[in-house]
Design a protein around this ligand. Structure first.
Ligand SMILES: Cc1cc2nc3c(=O)[nH]c(=O)nc-3n(C[C@H](O)[C@H](O)[C@H](O)COP(=O)(O)OP(=O)(O)OC[C@H]3O[C@@H](n4cnc5c(N)ncnc54)[C@H](O)[C@@H]3O)c2cc1C
Ligand code: SF4
Ligand code: SF4
Length: 939
């Protein structure tokens, strides 16, 4: 590190906690990555938890003359969220959300994920206006600073037009809160010069009628090229001009500390149609006619876009039969009630009347069918990403044309792509706004390829601006990617205004320099990100960051994207003969040890990557032959090992009973320390040994196979839990109460689905255990005739995947809902209970089933919104307890007063849930037992 970098880091460490000033090379690289195809590695990463942290960082950066870049979710595509200086990322402290009266407004801190804001608003029938496709990952700071938009928000419901207030920090450390009269007054005094400067700019524009009209014209389309100059024509009050310039400023004018949005209605009544056309021109002409009707969204897909998804399930078969020049429009109509929907549908049909469609127009209001049609549209981009050659980048461009010229412009764009050899390219987009995305793959590994991209982009710019006077960036922001073309789009006058704006806000050029305004005409071709082949499991990763919110280690160590980025760097260095040793220790802990292997990342990944699989594979590769032999020995003596676990738990419980909780905690804590953390931590929630004896079925009329997992066979409730019976005892009782005769597989004590071995990376041993269990279950289920109930969801999920439908496995929640509840008289407990769907429940799509079973058994059920994977991961709660603590850090505060028990379906996960909530967590079967009158075992 250079001496200036050393001084910078020392100055930051003097004002911020050391662990939040990150300097090691691998974490700087991983944290520094965003979704764009540019790579800059920050000198230092600061995790800011509060406004005070932001102010302190700004002060150091001013003093050290070190540029500062803000980061929200890092899903930006144009290179605006990266830095080679100081990168400030948002910690947990920025997730505040406050609803205004009637949810007509909402005040959001910049770390709130857009999708979370919408879930908060949904019960009120409202949502935020901006709707980027990345809304389940992108955060409000980035949504506002990019002026992001999507399929429905158009030019009227973006952040600019729905802004009701803002709290912000300028480069000089000044704070302005436009919802606080005293703050406005103080700011008017302290920043009179800045406000006067903005007022003068606005006057200059208003007095220049052609310039004012040109600005208005540019914003009739979606436009995020350069600063939002419309603020200068739309507002006279300099405070309003200032806050509206912050929208779309990409972190170059100040820090957004809170945004208040006017919310928009989220109409419940919707109908969707996929309208097919034999000619792209006809489809575009239909868009122009639809523009004047009250449709909510019109998405265009060209033939290549349709071809990229036509083999996927749910795509109408007629798509495959379309000709080479075909296209489709996905049209959605919404209304606040049935009558309004019908009225709007009539208008949409009338606009399409007479268009030469390839098939009859058919709107559907069936939610599942609508979702399937949208899936077709949303699948186009990932399908290009997942088909690209390893080492190439997938580029998504984002332009807008005046909608009345959409047909000519789209055809010209298609021709241009082909002329430059981008024959795999697809075109789709929010046609109603003239906003087209085109997606193509690009190799940046060769100079000739970079030159091809450069030529192509020059011609795109000429086409969009020169021929159609469109926008070079409609919604993704200018970043570094379009900075060289801002002058082409806005002319000298426009750029002069923008430079003046930057000078007024940030005279020292401290904030995100090089973004939006950049003197280097080649900046879009520099600092290109390498995407070297690294591992076949993750080579298709496009580094979009959609997986990050699902990951329990996000914020503690790495996210899935950061794991992949790091591994790519290690692979690159190895191939280049560079030393990887300095990066390995960080990789071992941040990437490998703290991955829970939960697989939730795959549920959010557009190209279906499960990063946990990479981790497991690497764990397996890192084991020597001895570890594999030990794994095999454990597997083949599983009965004895399980008995050993039971004996250990029974011993610990006896000691706990004898010496009490405090002494036990102190003693085991000391032993753990002495062992260098190799002895698992003991907590009062550590289970007692399970007690369970198989008794012959009394009723043979309704046989069902029941397989208690090795976890429930070993681990009973904790000592402090008033419930004494273990899961198998209760499940057996509940099944019998419902009139079933439980049948147990032979030699059950030695059986296991293989999950513990799989998560350690011992795939072969895991497979052998699963095969052994399959054989036993086949016999017990009479060759697959009988259903098989699993009481532990991770095991049910694993066996379902292993069996691929060969036997009929039911997760415990499914079994309770389908088999048991219909036969029981329930008396719901007058209690509020919490439920926690473990990852395997989410991946099986059974969260709703777990919730419904609980709701049948208790008067109120809550499921904390921000608690995902618990991070226990079979045994990580013992080996890496900080992961469990981090993943559940919000649990306790999320439970309402009076909620005294929680329910789930994985005994090990329940240990950590109990520890970090302060209430017992048990299997859902315990709740059914209690509500069905047989609370035997309740102490
Ligand atoms: C697959 C994919 C699809 C996408 N689809 C869309 C789409 O449909 N529409 C669309 O508009 N975009 C889309 N995007 C781009 C991107 O997701 C959005 O622009 C998103 O709003 C960026 O939010 P973020 O939280 O990731 O911000 P970041 O990328 O972290 O930051 C964005 C910008 O905001 C600045 N910033 C961040 N926080 C602050 C703050 N508190 N104060 C001031 N400045 C700040 C950063 O410096 C940066 O310049 C897509 C991206 C991907 C990968
Ligand atoms: S793993 Fe998937 S979701 Fe995560 S960054 Fe890569 S492509 Fe995006
Ligand atoms: S498997 Fe789970 S812990 Fe591992 S990267 Fe994926 S989401 Fe994160």
């Amino acid at each position: 590190m250079s001496s200036s970098a050393d001084a910078l880091v020392s100055a930051l460490r003097a004002v911020l906690p050391a662990q939040r000033v990150i300097t090691d090379p691998l974490r700087r690289l991983a944290y520094g990555t965003d979704a764009s195809f540019y790579r800059l590695v920050p000198q230092v990463v600061v995790v800011a938890e509060s406004e005070a942290d932001v102010l302190a960082t700004l002060a150091v950066c001013r003093e050290q003359r070190a540029p500062l870049t803000f980061r929200a979710a890092g899903t930006s595509l144009s290179g605006q969220a990266i830095s080679d200086s100081v990168l400030l990322v948002l910690g947990d402290g920025w997730r505040g959300a406050t609803l205004g009266p009637g949810a007509v407004t909402v005040r959001l801190q910049p770390g709130v994920i857009g999708g979370h804001a919408n879930r908060l608003l949904a019960p009120h029938g409202r949502k935020i206006g901006p709707d980027p496709a990345s809304i389940d990952a992108a955060k409000v700071g980035g949504i506002a600073a990019n002026n992001a938009s999507g399929m429905c928000c158009g030019t009227r419901e973006n952040s600019y037009h729905t802004l009701a207030g803002m709290r912000l920090v300028l480069a000089d450390g000044a704070l302005l809160d436009t919802e606080d009269a005293a703050s406005i007054e103080a700011f008017r005094q302290s920043h009179a010069e800045l406000l006067l400067g903005l007022a003068m700019l606005a006057r200059r524009v208003r007095e220049d009628a052609p310039l004012a009209e040109r600005i208005r014209h540019k914003y009739r389309m979606k436009n995020t090229t350069g600063y939002g100059l419309n603020a200068l024509v739309d507002f006279a009050d300099p405070i309003e001009i200032l806050t509206h310039l912050m929208i779309g400023s990409e972190g170059t004018l100040g820090f957004i500390a809170a945004v208040t949005y006017r919310t928009v209605p989220d109409h419940a009544h919707k109908a969707t149609a996929l309208v097919l056309f034999e000619a792209l021109r006809t489809a575009c002409e239909a868009v122009t006619r639809l523009k004047t009707t009250p449709v909510a969204a019109v998405e265009l897909m060209d033939r290549a876009a349709l071809a990229s998804v036509q083999e996927q399930p749910g795509v109408p078969p007629e798509v495959r039969a379309l000709g080479d020049d075909a296209a489709a429009l996905l049209v959605e109509v919404r209304g606040e009630d049935e009558a309004q929907l019908a009225h709007r549908l009539h208008a949409a049909r009338a606009a399409l009347d007479g268009s030469a469609t390839a098939t009859p127009i058919a709107f559907t209001d069936d939610p599942e069918r609508c979702a399937a049609l949208w899936k077709v549209r949303k699948g186009t981009f990932p399908s290009v990403g997942s088909r690209r050659a390893t080492g190439t980048t997938v580029i998504i461009e984002d332009v807008a044309f005046p909608v009345e010229r959409l047909a000519d412009a789209t055809l010209d764009l298609q021709k241009l792509l082909h002329a430059h050899g981008y024959t795999e390219a697809i075109i789709f987009g929010h046609a109603l706004e003239g906003n087209l995305h085109f997606v193509f793959t690009q190799d940046f590994g060769h100079e000739a390829e970079v030159a091809r991209y450069a030529r192509f982009m020059d011609e795109v710019a000429q086409l969009v601006v020169g021929r159609y006077d469109g926008a070079l960036k409609a919604e993704h922001g200018t970043g570094r990617n379009m900075a060289p073309f801002v002058a082409l789009e806005w002319g000298a006058e426009g750029v002069a205004l923008m430079r003046e704006i930057k000078r007024l806000f940030d005279p020292e050029g401290l904030l995100n320099p090089g973004v939006i305004l950049n003197d280097d005409g080649q900046t879009h071709l520099k600092n290109l990100k390498p995407l070297p082949a690294a591992h076949e499991l993750v080579d298709k990763c496009i580094e979009c960051g959609f997986c990050e919110p699902t990951c329990p280690s996000a914020g503690l160590t790495f996210t899935p994207r950061q794991r992949i980025t790091s591994w790519r760097e290690l692979a690159r260095r190895e191939r280049a003969g560079e030393d990887t040793a300095p990066l390995r220790p960080t990789y071992a802990y941040d990437a490998l040890d703290t991955c829970a292997g939960c697989g939730l990342c795959a549920t959010a990944c557009p190209v279906g990557i499960e990063t946990g699989k990479l981790v497991k594979a690497q764990r397996g590769e890192s084991f020597g032959a001895l570890a594999h032999r030990i794994g095999r020995a454990v597997a083949s003596n599983y009965g004895a090992v399980s008995a050993g676990v039971r004996a250990g738990l029974a011993g610990a419980d006896l000691l706990h009973a004898a010496i009490g909780t405090r002494a036990m905690g102190a003693m085991t804590g000391g032993l753990r320390e002495l062992s260098g953390n190799r002895i698992p931590p003991w907590t009062p929630h550590t289970p007692r040994a399970a007690r369970f004896a198989v008794t012959p079925a009394t009723n043979r009329s309704d046989p069902v196979v029941y397989f208690p997992s090795c976890a429930t066979r070993s681990m009973g409730p904790a000592r402090g839990d008033p419930i004494a019976d273990s899961v198998p005892t209760v499940t057996d009782r509940v099944l019998r109460r419902a009139g079933y005769a439980p049948i147990y597989p032979a030699n059950m004590g030695a059986l296991c689905c293989g999950q513990p071995f799989e998560s350690k990376g011992l795939a072969a041993t895991a497979g052998e255990k699963a095969a052994e269990l399959e054989a036993a279950l086949r016999v017990a289920s009479d060759g697959g005739r009988l259903p098989i109930v699993f009481d532990t969801s991770p095991c049910a999920y694993r066996m379902k995947r292993h069996l691929e439908g060969r036997l009929h496995v039911l997760d415990i929640s499914e079994a309770l809902q389908k088999l048991v509840l219909p036969r029981l008289q329930l008396r719901p407990l007058a209690e509020t209970v919490a439920v926690h769907p473990v990852c395997s429940v989410r991946k099986q799509g059974l969260d709703g089933v777990l919730h419904a079973v609980a709701a049948a058994c208790a008067t109120e059920v809550i499921e904390p919104e921000r608690v995902g994977c618990c991070g226990w991961a079979g045994d990580k709660g013992w080996t890496t307890p900080e992961l469990n603590a981090h993943a559940l850090r919000e649990l306790r505060a999320s439970l309402p007063a009076g909620c005294e028990s929680g329910y789930s379906s994985s005994r090990t996960c329940e240990i950590g849930l109990a520890q970090h909530s302060g209430i017992p967590y048990r299997s859902i079967v315990h709740l059914v037992d209690a509500a069905s009158g047989g609370a035997a075992g309740r102490g």
